[in-house]
Structures are given as structure tokens and as C-alpha cells.
Design a protein around this ligand. Sequence first.
Ligand SMILES: Nc1nc2c(ncn2[C@@H]2O[C@H](COP(=O)(O)OP(=O)(O)O)[C@@H](O)[C@H]2O)c(=O)[nH]1
Ligand SMILES: [Mg+2]
Length: 454
Amino acid sequence: MEDYIYDTDDPIVALATAWSESALAVIRTSGRGSVELFSRVFSNSRELKKSLGFTLHYGYIVDQNRKKRIDQVTAAVYRAPKSYTGQESVEIFCHGSLPGIELIITLLKDVGFREAGPGEFTMRAFLNGKMDLSQAEAVAEIVQSKSRQAHSLALNRLSGGVFDRIDTIKKKLVDLMSIIEVQLDYPDDEIGGDTAVPSDSVLHAIEELETLIDTYRVGRIFHEGVVVAFAGGTNAGKSSLFNLFLKEDRSIVSEINGTTRDYIESWISINGIPVRLFDTAGLRNADHPVELEGIRRSEEIIKNAAVVLYVIDGSVGMTDEDLKVFQEKGKGNEYMFIWNKIDESDKTVPRGVFPVSAVTGKGFSDLEKAISSGLTGLEISGSELMIDSLRQRELLERAVAALKGVKKSLANKVSLDAVALDLKDGLDALGEITGEVSSEDILNNIFSGFCVGK
Ligand SMILES: Nc1nc2c(ncn2[C@@H]2O[C@H](COP(=O)(O)OP(=O)(O)O)[C@@H](O)[C@H]2O)c(=O)[nH]1
Ligand SMILES: [Mg+2]
């Protein structure tokens, strides 16, 4: 394995925590001679160099040239292969001061560490057999997860869920391959009739892989969030409801028509499902060019939303415009109609419309529940296995296509050579998911999407 964008063993350093002021920060190092190199900037160097793996050391980071203490830290020593990367490694817990962090990293670079590229630590972990490729991808998915549910789904993948599932399928296909190879090796034997090439395992594998492919759509939703947008006339209470979902006053609420001129976006979580919630400008006949532009943008958002929360001002009742939208969209699943201001309304709420009050909060939790079950039945348990990577989905699709070829050839009694070729392609595709079959391009591509320090 050569030709990676990075050297895979030289000493590297990166800040593993966020670049912002905090109580503590973690600076991570890994690679050849990490402990010795780090000892050159550490007050307690003699003890550190002798230390075993999994030990913690207290001391100061010192600038030897200027004979100056930089920070008070603890340093964790890992000895190969027992570390995240499988290499010798030191993690430094320092104070979370930006100038302090900068100084420490500069010092570490001065003694020979190179600044790590995105995902370099995890790439090393993969190359050293600490995890398979689907687990490496799960590391990035965990870091980026935006809701508890998304986090727990990614954790499933990290603990090897994808690997185990694929591996079980692969083993059966490998068995089949050996049966076929035996028959290919003894071409004189009678093949044809009911030769023992069991196609059950192929059918079963296709089924299992297709199930996994189907989880991608839902997996994606957990990753990217579902777009949910408010719509409705001005003053209906869209911004008030938006704030209620956020539990903060983000959007300006006012009795003046046309207050929200553009749209506002925020991440929320509804029953574990990450949602990108949009408050939009009320759709009304405006003449101010800024407001017109805001309305145009809002219409765009609403058009692309997975779920539209159409708010009706219950104190006024349905306007002609409301009625028009209700007749057009009331039957579908995409729009949910909300009858707001029930605290000020004595009108009968039409069927299929949710009565709420943004002011008193009445009806809100029912609304929330309805939205979450409306999000395409996504109330799945966090223990299910779902894939979240386009790369994995495409490989699964390639495997299924190849296995369908196998199935067809077996049914039509086409030569076993053709069967073997397709089967091999299927196995290769599955191997690429877990990284047993991989190229530098694939790896570079995957890991460049990571954050530095991971
Ligand atoms: N009584 C009552 N007033 C509300 C309710 N929701 C919003 N309002 C008021 O209606 C006005 C318009 O609200 P706003 O959220 O700005 O509406 P938007 O134009 O649709 O964003 C404000 O004066 C709010 O205080 C409600 O549930 N009950
Ligand atoms: Mg508004």
C-alpha cells in the first residue's frame, strides 16, 4: 500500500477538539517516534520516554530555546499497536486557549511533527487494521450526526454492524465460489442437469443486500435532516410557531404584516429525527422589491420542502387563499394544515386541520407527534442498521447487479465461467465496502472528507 497522499507512518499532529476557546483542548499526535519527539517539549521527559502505554503524565510544555513554560498539561502515552491509529501516539490535554494551542502545535512542528491532513488518524487506523472501511466512515458520520438518533445509528455502524452484515453474506458467496471453482477445475465431470450449484445463497444475498440498500434513504434523512417549512398568510403565526419549535425567540414576531421578509433556518430534532426547519415570509401581494424577493425565495424553499406546515390564522378563519391551498394540497401527505390562535378563535376547526395556539402552547405536542409520524414513518429504533454513505450504496447496487447476473446465468445454465466472473465482481464490490479491496484513490477520497484531527 503506497502512494497515499500522505506518508502513513511519519509523526503527525493535529488539534482534535474544536478550534475555539474552551476549558480543555486535546492535541493528538501519532507516528514513528511520537513519544521521543514529544518528550523534547515536555518537562517530565525522562519519565515519559520510559513510560508504558496507557499511562498519563503530568507536566509542562516547555520551549527549550527560550527556556519558557508554555502550558500545564497531562499527556497520555499509547504504545503500538494499542492506540486509535495502531501506532505509537501521545495525546496532550492542555488548556483551551487559542494562543496556547497555537504555540504548542508550533513547538511540536519544530521538533519534527507534521500537521495532519483531514482524516489522517482514521486512515492510519484503517491501514493498521484497527477498523474496516465502513467503520472508518462511521467515525465521520458520528462526528457529523445532528440528532441523538443519527448518533446512535452511526454508532451501530462504528461497532461493525455493516461489516458483520456484509461479511456473513460474503462468506456464503465465497462458499458458492469454491463449489463453482471445483467444477471448473474438473471440466470433464458432467455439468448440467441438476449439478450441485446451489443458487439459494445468491437469492438470499440479493434479498439481504436490497434490504440494506433500502435503508439508505432513511439513513440519509438522519444525516442531512428533513426540510420542513412553514407557509401561510402573513400574521397567521408562522414565526411564533417557529420560535416555539426552537424554544427560543429566533424569528421576529409582530402584528405588522410582512415582518419576516426572507426565510430563517434552524436545526431542530423532532423525536430524534433531525429537521431543518424554515420560517418563511408570508405569501401575500407585496409591492416592495425586497419583500417580493423574500417571497420568491420562500416559495422556492416551500417547493423543495419534504413537509410543509401551512398555518391558518384561526382568529380570522380560512381566507380564499387558504381555501385554495387546502383544496389543492389537503389530500396529500406533504402539507399539514395548522389552525393557529385557537385561544382567540371560536370558529369550528375544519377536519384534518391541527388546532394549536402558539401563545398558550395548546395542541403543540400533538402537532409535534403528528409531524414526526408524518416524516415517512421514521420512528425506527436506534438499534437498526442503516447505511448512510453513497459510496456504500453504489457498491451494494453493483453487488446486486452482479448477483442478478449470477442468478440468471445459473437459471439459463450458461457456462460456469460467466457465473464465476459475475460472482467475483459481486464479491469485489462487497470487499470494497469493508475495504478489503481498496485503492489509494478510494481511500484518499473517503478520508479527505474528514475533519483534521480525526
Ligand atoms: N392570540 C394569539 N396570537 C398569536 C398566536 N400566534 C401568533 N399570534 C400573534 O399574531 C401576530 C403575528 O404573529 P407572527 O408569528 O409574526 O406571524 P407570521 O407573520 O405568520 O410570522 C403576532 O402579534 C403574534 O403575537 C396565537 O396562538 N394566539
Ligand atoms: Mg413571520
